[in-house]
Design a protein around this ligand. Structure first.
Ligand code: KIV
Length: 272
Protein backbone atom coordinates (compact mmCIF):
# COMPACT_ATOMS: atom_id res chain seq x y z
CA UNK A 1 0.00 0.00 0.00
CA UNK A 2 1.41 3.40 -0.90
CA UNK A 3 1.54 5.98 1.82
CA UNK A 4 -0.46 9.22 1.55
CA UNK A 5 -0.55 12.33 3.66
CA UNK A 6 -3.44 12.37 6.09
CA UNK A 7 -5.28 15.53 5.10
CA UNK A 8 -8.16 15.66 7.53
CA UNK A 9 -11.50 16.05 5.90
CA UNK A 10 -13.55 15.32 8.98
CA UNK A 11 -13.01 17.92 11.68
CA UNK A 12 -14.68 18.74 14.98
CA UNK A 13 -16.80 21.23 13.02
CA UNK A 14 -18.09 18.34 10.87
CA UNK A 15 -19.14 16.42 13.98
CA UNK A 16 -20.77 19.51 15.52
CA UNK A 17 -22.74 20.05 12.30
CA UNK A 18 -23.89 16.40 12.37
CA UNK A 19 -25.16 16.92 15.92
CA UNK A 20 -26.95 20.16 14.99
CA UNK A 21 -28.74 18.35 12.15
CA UNK A 22 -29.71 15.52 14.55
CA UNK A 23 -27.83 13.05 12.36
CA UNK A 24 -25.26 10.47 13.53
CA UNK A 25 -21.61 9.66 12.91
CA UNK A 26 -19.63 6.44 13.08
CA UNK A 27 -16.39 5.82 14.96
CA UNK A 28 -14.19 2.73 15.35
CA UNK A 29 -10.93 1.88 16.96
CA UNK A 30 -7.98 1.36 14.61
CA UNK A 31 -4.48 0.18 15.36
CA UNK A 32 -2.75 -0.08 11.98
CA UNK A 33 -2.57 1.43 8.50
CA UNK A 34 -4.53 -1.31 6.71
CA UNK A 35 -7.60 -1.12 8.92
CA UNK A 36 -7.37 2.67 9.12
CA UNK A 37 -7.60 2.77 5.33
CA UNK A 38 -10.50 0.31 5.22
CA UNK A 39 -12.50 2.04 7.96
CA UNK A 40 -11.97 5.61 6.76
CA UNK A 41 -12.69 4.65 3.14
CA UNK A 42 -15.92 2.99 4.34
CA UNK A 43 -17.10 6.34 5.71
CA UNK A 44 -16.13 6.04 9.37
CA UNK A 45 -15.77 9.63 10.59
CA UNK A 46 -13.57 9.04 13.67
CA UNK A 47 -10.69 6.58 14.17
CA UNK A 48 -9.68 6.03 17.79
CA UNK A 49 -6.23 4.71 18.54
CA UNK A 50 -7.52 3.37 21.82
CA UNK A 51 -5.72 1.79 24.74
CA UNK A 52 -8.03 -1.19 24.11
CA UNK A 53 -5.03 -2.22 22.01
CA UNK A 54 -3.64 -3.59 25.27
CA UNK A 55 -6.40 -6.21 25.23
CA UNK A 56 -7.16 -6.89 21.56
CA UNK A 57 -3.65 -6.46 20.11
CA UNK A 58 -1.29 -7.21 22.99
CA UNK A 59 -3.37 -9.87 24.79
CA UNK A 60 -3.46 -8.27 28.25
CA UNK A 61 -6.56 -8.59 30.45
CA UNK A 62 -6.88 -4.82 30.90
CA UNK A 63 -5.75 -1.55 29.30
CA UNK A 64 -3.42 -0.67 32.18
CA UNK A 65 -0.14 -1.99 30.67
CA UNK A 66 -0.43 0.29 27.61
CA UNK A 67 2.29 2.96 27.47
CA UNK A 68 2.80 6.20 25.56
CA UNK A 69 5.25 4.43 23.24
CA UNK A 70 2.57 1.89 22.30
CA UNK A 71 0.00 4.60 21.53
CA UNK A 72 2.53 6.60 19.51
CA UNK A 73 3.56 3.56 17.46
CA UNK A 74 -0.02 2.64 16.56
CA UNK A 75 -0.96 6.29 15.92
CA UNK A 76 1.82 6.63 13.41
CA UNK A 77 0.58 3.58 11.47
CA UNK A 78 -3.07 4.72 11.60
CA UNK A 79 -2.12 8.20 10.43
CA UNK A 80 -0.50 6.72 7.33
CA UNK A 81 -3.52 4.57 6.45
CA UNK A 82 -6.14 7.20 7.22
CA UNK A 83 -8.19 8.60 4.35
CA UNK A 84 -9.70 11.70 5.90
CA UNK A 85 -11.17 10.59 9.22
CA UNK A 86 -10.63 12.55 12.44
CA UNK A 87 -8.02 10.69 14.51
CA UNK A 88 -8.40 10.51 18.26
CA UNK A 89 -5.46 9.37 20.39
CA UNK A 90 -5.92 7.81 23.82
CA UNK A 91 -3.90 9.08 26.77
CA UNK A 92 -2.86 5.84 28.49
CA UNK A 93 -3.14 4.97 32.18
CA UNK A 94 -1.11 7.36 34.39
CA UNK A 95 -0.01 9.52 31.46
CA UNK A 96 -1.96 12.57 32.72
CA UNK A 97 -1.42 12.60 36.48
CA UNK A 98 0.38 15.96 36.59
CA UNK A 99 0.20 19.16 34.56
CA UNK A 100 3.66 18.73 33.04
CA UNK A 101 3.11 15.11 32.10
CA UNK A 102 -0.33 15.84 30.63
CA UNK A 103 1.01 18.58 28.36
CA UNK A 104 4.11 16.66 27.35
CA UNK A 105 2.21 13.46 26.52
CA UNK A 106 -0.75 15.13 24.81
CA UNK A 107 1.75 17.14 22.71
CA UNK A 108 3.46 13.93 21.61
CA UNK A 109 0.12 12.34 20.70
CA UNK A 110 -0.81 15.35 18.58
CA UNK A 111 2.62 15.38 16.90
CA UNK A 112 2.18 11.69 16.04
CA UNK A 113 -0.96 12.49 14.06
CA UNK A 114 -3.95 12.77 16.41
CA UNK A 115 -6.43 15.61 16.03
CA UNK A 116 -8.00 15.10 19.48
CA UNK A 117 -6.78 13.44 22.68
CA UNK A 118 -9.04 11.29 24.87
CA UNK A 119 -8.82 11.24 28.66
CA UNK A 120 -10.80 9.02 31.02
CA UNK A 121 -12.38 10.56 34.09
CA UNK A 122 -14.98 12.91 35.50
CA UNK A 123 -14.66 16.21 37.34
CA UNK A 124 -11.00 15.51 38.19
CA UNK A 125 -9.92 15.82 34.52
CA UNK A 126 -11.42 19.32 34.21
CA UNK A 127 -8.12 21.06 35.02
CA UNK A 128 -6.22 18.93 32.48
CA UNK A 129 -8.96 19.66 29.94
CA UNK A 130 -8.65 23.43 30.48
CA UNK A 131 -4.88 23.26 30.29
CA UNK A 132 -4.91 21.34 27.00
CA UNK A 133 -7.68 23.34 25.36
CA UNK A 134 -5.93 26.64 26.20
CA UNK A 135 -2.92 25.33 24.30
CA UNK A 136 -4.92 24.28 21.26
CA UNK A 137 -5.32 20.58 21.99
CA UNK A 138 -8.93 19.41 21.71
CA UNK A 139 -10.13 16.95 24.34
CA UNK A 140 -12.62 14.10 24.32
CA UNK A 141 -13.67 13.23 27.88
CA UNK A 142 -14.44 9.53 28.42
CA UNK A 143 -16.99 8.83 31.19
CA UNK A 144 -19.16 5.99 32.50
CA UNK A 145 -17.30 2.69 32.45
CA UNK A 146 -13.73 3.96 32.19
CA UNK A 147 -11.55 0.86 31.69
CA UNK A 148 -8.47 2.43 33.32
CA UNK A 149 -10.48 2.37 36.60
CA UNK A 150 -11.63 -1.28 36.50
CA UNK A 151 -9.79 -2.03 39.72
CA UNK A 152 -11.85 0.62 41.48
CA UNK A 153 -15.09 -0.58 39.82
CA UNK A 154 -14.35 -4.26 40.57
CA UNK A 155 -14.56 -5.22 36.89
CA UNK A 156 -16.17 -4.12 33.64
CA UNK A 157 -19.52 -3.03 35.10
CA UNK A 158 -22.30 -0.82 33.77
CA UNK A 159 -22.17 2.60 35.48
CA UNK A 160 -24.92 5.07 36.36
CA UNK A 161 -27.67 2.61 37.20
CA UNK A 162 -28.54 4.21 40.54
CA UNK A 163 -30.09 7.69 40.45
CA UNK A 164 -27.36 9.39 42.51
CA UNK A 165 -24.61 8.01 40.32
CA UNK A 166 -26.59 8.95 37.19
CA UNK A 167 -26.94 12.54 38.46
CA UNK A 168 -23.20 12.68 39.18
CA UNK A 169 -22.39 11.53 35.64
CA UNK A 170 -24.71 14.18 34.18
CA UNK A 171 -23.28 16.94 36.44
CA UNK A 172 -19.70 15.99 35.63
CA UNK A 173 -20.42 15.83 31.89
CA UNK A 174 -21.77 19.41 32.06
CA UNK A 175 -18.72 20.43 34.08
CA UNK A 176 -16.33 18.98 31.49
CA UNK A 177 -18.19 20.68 28.65
CA UNK A 178 -17.80 23.94 30.59
CA UNK A 179 -14.09 23.18 31.03
CA UNK A 180 -13.74 23.08 27.26
CA UNK A 181 -14.08 19.43 26.20
CA UNK A 182 -14.92 19.17 22.50
CA UNK A 183 -16.37 15.65 22.64
CA UNK A 184 -17.77 13.34 25.29
CA UNK A 185 -17.58 9.55 25.09
CA UNK A 186 -20.00 7.57 27.27
CA UNK A 187 -19.30 3.88 27.85
CA UNK A 188 -21.70 1.29 29.29
CA UNK A 189 -24.36 3.45 30.90
CA UNK A 190 -28.16 3.11 30.71
CA UNK A 191 -29.58 4.39 27.42
CA UNK A 192 -32.03 6.89 29.03
CA UNK A 193 -29.15 8.51 30.95
CA UNK A 194 -27.05 8.81 27.77
CA UNK A 195 -30.03 10.37 26.00
CA UNK A 196 -30.48 12.93 28.81
CA UNK A 197 -26.80 13.86 28.69
CA UNK A 198 -26.81 14.12 24.87
CA UNK A 199 -29.82 16.44 24.98
CA UNK A 200 -28.24 18.68 27.64
CA UNK A 201 -24.79 18.99 26.08
CA UNK A 202 -23.92 21.16 23.08
CA UNK A 203 -20.82 19.13 22.20
CA UNK A 204 -21.19 15.85 20.25
CA UNK A 205 -21.62 12.77 22.43
CA UNK A 206 -20.25 9.38 21.34
CA UNK A 207 -21.64 6.20 22.86
CA UNK A 208 -20.53 2.61 23.30
CA UNK A 209 -23.08 0.58 25.17
CA UNK A 210 -25.00 3.81 25.78
CA UNK A 211 -28.01 3.23 23.54
CA UNK A 212 -28.94 4.84 20.25
CA UNK A 213 -29.83 8.37 21.40
CA UNK A 214 -26.32 9.78 21.20
CA UNK A 215 -24.65 11.64 18.32
CA UNK A 216 -22.06 9.04 17.38
CA UNK A 217 -21.43 5.34 17.97
CA UNK A 218 -18.04 3.74 18.52
CA UNK A 219 -17.07 0.09 18.46
CA UNK A 220 -13.81 -1.76 18.97
CA UNK A 221 -12.79 -2.95 15.51
CA UNK A 222 -12.28 -6.54 16.63
CA UNK A 223 -15.84 -6.65 18.05
CA UNK A 224 -17.29 -5.26 14.81
CA UNK A 225 -15.55 -8.07 12.91
CA UNK A 226 -16.33 -10.80 15.47
CA UNK A 227 -12.64 -11.58 16.01
CA UNK A 228 -12.27 -10.54 19.64
CA UNK A 229 -9.99 -13.04 21.40
CA UNK A 230 -12.22 -15.76 22.99
CA UNK A 231 -10.94 -15.12 26.52
CA UNK A 232 -12.31 -11.55 26.40
CA UNK A 233 -16.00 -11.46 27.37
CA UNK A 234 -17.88 -9.70 24.58
CA UNK A 235 -20.37 -7.21 26.06
CA UNK A 236 -24.02 -7.11 24.98
CA UNK A 237 -23.55 -3.84 23.06
CA UNK A 238 -21.36 -5.56 20.47
CA UNK A 239 -22.56 -6.65 17.03
CA UNK A 240 -20.57 -8.74 14.55
CA UNK A 241 -21.09 -6.96 11.22
CA UNK A 242 -18.81 -9.35 9.32
CA UNK A 243 -21.22 -12.25 9.88
CA UNK A 244 -23.81 -10.69 7.55
CA UNK A 245 -21.43 -9.05 5.08
CA UNK A 246 -21.49 -10.25 1.47
CA UNK A 247 -18.38 -8.25 0.69
CA UNK A 248 -16.02 -9.23 3.47
CA UNK A 249 -14.27 -6.82 5.80
CA UNK A 250 -14.90 -3.67 3.75
CA UNK A 251 -18.59 -4.58 3.61
CA UNK A 252 -18.68 -5.06 7.40
CA UNK A 253 -17.36 -1.53 8.00
CA UNK A 254 -19.79 -0.11 5.43
CA UNK A 255 -22.68 -1.95 7.09
CA UNK A 256 -21.66 -0.54 10.48
CA UNK A 257 -21.57 3.02 9.11
CA UNK A 258 -24.96 2.58 7.44
CA UNK A 259 -26.55 1.04 10.55
CA UNK A 260 -25.27 3.87 12.76
CA UNK A 261 -26.49 6.53 10.37
CA UNK A 262 -29.94 5.03 9.75
CA UNK A 263 -30.38 4.37 13.48
CA UNK A 264 -30.79 0.59 13.18
CA UNK A 265 -27.70 0.03 15.40
CA UNK A 266 -27.64 -0.18 18.35
CA UNK A 267 -30.99 -1.85 18.96
CA UNK A 268 -32.59 -2.37 22.38
CA UNK A 269 -30.80 -5.74 22.60
CA UNK A 270 -27.46 -3.86 22.56
CA UNK A 271 -28.49 -1.32 25.22
CA UNK A 272 -28.80 -1.15 29.01
O1 KIV B 1 -9.64 2.28 24.16
C1 KIV B 1 -10.68 2.18 23.51
O2 KIV B 1 -10.75 1.49 22.50
C2 KIV B 1 -11.86 2.89 23.98
C3 KIV B 1 -13.16 2.49 23.36
C4 KIV B 1 -13.68 1.28 24.03
C5 KIV B 1 -14.15 3.57 23.39
O3 KIV B 1 -11.79 3.72 24.82
Amino acid sequence: MSSTSSTTKITLKTLEAIKRKAERFACVTAYDATFAEIASSAGVEVLLVGDSLGMVVQGHDSTLPVTMDHILYHLDTVRRGNRGALIMGDMPFMSYYSEGLTLENAGQIMRAGAHVVKLEGGRWIAESTRLLVERGIPVCAHMGLTPQSINRFGGFRVQGRDPDQAQTILDEALFLEEAGASLLLLEAIPAPLAQRITERLHIPVIGIGAGKHVDGQIMVMHDLLGITPPDIKVPKFVKNFLAESQTGIRGAFEAFVKAVKDGSFPGPEHSY
